[in-house]
Design a protein. Structure first.
Length: 553
């Protein structure tokens, strides 16, 4: 029994001994491999360190050289006058207009007095310019969430005293407009730039003029003659796409006199006064209002829109020609700060088939669709169905030709029209009227949608309040015989900042008595930026005069 136990113990010890031996052999093998690798690596590294590079030549950076295309020189010349524009739109009270009733559409046909309402054109920019009304992240409409809206765009200085041209849709509906020059220091996100104010806008061409105050003359661009631009010419687009200031893209003029009308549901052209330069220079959201520059460094257009299906540039951009810009600008800086266009008081069908021309005996001209009773055409005896074929003896090609000629004429002047009626040619002397007024008459019940100059409640835009007549019980309680009651106050507005609250009864503004809504509007309409405005108000909760005021920005 003991012999068996001893044998088993000896066998177990041998197995254990062999395992230890194997383990030591493996460890020894690994150690030798590691040492050999280290030696080999050291040998290779040593060879690299000892490599002879005496024949290698150092790289040399050449001196800066001006390239033949001269793009950089143009950017240096124009760039300082290109500005970044950012806007703020504060929460608005609901001011929805009464819905249009069926059967009250704008008269069928293209009116030389106007075009469809601007809501359609805004929809166009929403779809074709990346859903923005000024650059980035906004279409100019009220924010349903009631939050403050911000948007970005571009512009360019045309006068060293601080006059800037941009797109109307960049500043439209903005409560505050800020401008940053390329030379302005960046003081962080809190520095929005210089406060600007609107000088005038023209919705028909989507052009706006704004101004910033300056003590020193500012760099400015020179406008070129857009009629001289040819298809194939090099152009540069400068602006702030996606808020990236001083961005430059290059391309060519790919077409001229391009119409990008978006017809309204009744088939009427969107705009009669927008004929664009088409370019493949990349234009993106935020480029709106920036200049399109030729190789002489002159501005030949203003970047306005892109045609896109992806909300990004696809090589088809549109710029308003400089010749149109100059004409509109000169009227906007005038005493009235508005664009006045001529009209003879008619509307017409924009395009007819050749069969219609053969039937009515004409090859050029336009068929009158409707006539404004108080317009020059009606007073001269023209009738619906007449075909206008000439202006002052010059044959007209089509409706665009007629519109361009008549709209450029001075209100009050006269023009000799040649027309065909029942196959017979006749002439008539027609007085030129104001397009905004005649189109409102043609539009009838839709006059509130007319894109011409309209009266607006200055209290809403300037002060941020709406008012109504003082209810008799309130007037009796306060002992006042006139005045107006504040019915709403827009958050963040001038009235809100000076604590002019809802329910206040305004009896005087700047010492001028407010007797009713008409007198209130007349006083407010004369207020302008930097004016001190002081209200005498009464509150039903605390009878007696209260004085509140501040300085308009």
């Amino acid at each position: 029994m003991n012999t068996s136990n001893n044998t088993a113990t000896t066998l177990l010890q041998r197995i254990r001994g062999r395992r230890l031996t194997t383990t030591f052999l493996l460890l020894a093998t690994f150690t030798v491999g590691i040492l050999a690798g280290s030696v080999l690596t050291h040998t290779v590294s040593g060879k690299e360190q000892g490599f002879d590079t005496s024949d290698a030549k150092p790289l040399i950076i050449p001196s800066p050289a001006a390239l033949s295309n001269g793009f950089s020189q143009i950017v240096k010349q124009v760039g300082p006058a290109v500005v970044n524009i950012n806007t703020e739109s504060l929460p608005k009270q609901s001011t929805a207009k009464t819905p249009r009733r069926r059967g009250q559409a704008v008269p069928k046909g293209q009116g030389e007095d106007g075009q469809p309402n601007q809501g359609d054109m805004q929809d166009f920019f929403n779809r074709f310019f990346g859903g923005q009304g000024g650059g980035q992240g906004g279409d100019g409409e009220d924010d349903a969430s009631g939050n403050e809206r911000r948007a970005l765009g571009s512009g360019f200085i045309v006068d060293p005293r601080g006059y800037i041209i941009t797109n109307n849709h960049v500043v439209d509906k903005a409560d505050k407009i800020y401008v940053k020059l390329s030379t302005d220091l960046d003081n962080g996100s809190s520095d929005q730039g210089r406060l600007a104010r609107v000088v005038g806008v023209d919705k028909d061409t989507d052009i706006a003029v704004i101004k910033i105050d300056t003590k020193d003359p500012l760099p400015f661009v020179k406008l070129g003659n857009s009629d001289g631009s040819q298809v194939g010419d090099w152009v540069l687009a400068i602006g702030s796409p996606f808020g990236l200031s001083q961005t430059v893209s290059a391309g060519i003029v790919s077409a001229k006199n391009r119409s990008i009308d978006e017809p309204s549901p009744n088939g009427v052209s969107q705009s009669q006064f927008q004929r664009f330069i088409q370019t493949d220079a990349a234009i993106n959201p935020g480029n709106s209002g920036g200049p399109l520059v030729d190789m002489a460094g002159n501005v030949v257009g203003m970047n306005t829109a892109i045609y896109t299906q992806s909300m990004g540039s696809q090589g088809v951009g549109f710029a308003m020609p400089s010749n149109i810009i100059a004409s509109v600008y000169n009227m906007l800086i005038g005493p009235d700060h508005k664009v006045t266009r001529g009209s003879i008081g008619i509307s017409f069908q924009p395009a007819v088939s050749s069969a219609v021309g053969r039937m009515y005996g004409f090859t050029n001209g336009v068929i009158v669709a409707t006539i404004s009773p108080s317009g020059g055409a009606a007073k001269a005896g023209l009738q619906p169905g007449d075909v206008i074929v000439s202006i002052d003896g010059r044959n007209i090609k089509d409706g665009d030709d007629l519109v361009n000629d008549i709209s450029s004429r001075k209100v009050g002047s006269a023009v000799k029209l040649g027309y065909i009626r029942s196959g017979k040619q006749s002439t008539a002397s027609v007085n030129i009227g104001d397009r905004a007024k005649t189109y409102a008459e043609l539009a009838g019940a839709d006059a509130e949608d007319a894109p011409g100059p309209q009266e607006s409640d200055a209290g809403q835009s300037t002060l941020g309040i709406t008012v109504s007549a003082v209810p008799p019980p309130v007037a009796k309680k306060l002992g006042v015989s006139g005045g107006v009651m504040v019915t709403s106050v827009r958050p963040g507005s001038f009235a809100d900042e000076i604590n002019l609250g809802k329910g206040a009864v305004i009896t005087a503004i700047n010492k001028i008595p407010v007797t009713d809504e008409a007198s209130y509007k007349a006083i407010v309409a004369k207020l302008k930026s930097k004016d001190d405005v002081v209200f005498v108000v009464n509150y039903p909760q605390r009878p007696g005069n209260t004085y509140v005021g501040g300085t308009l920005q």
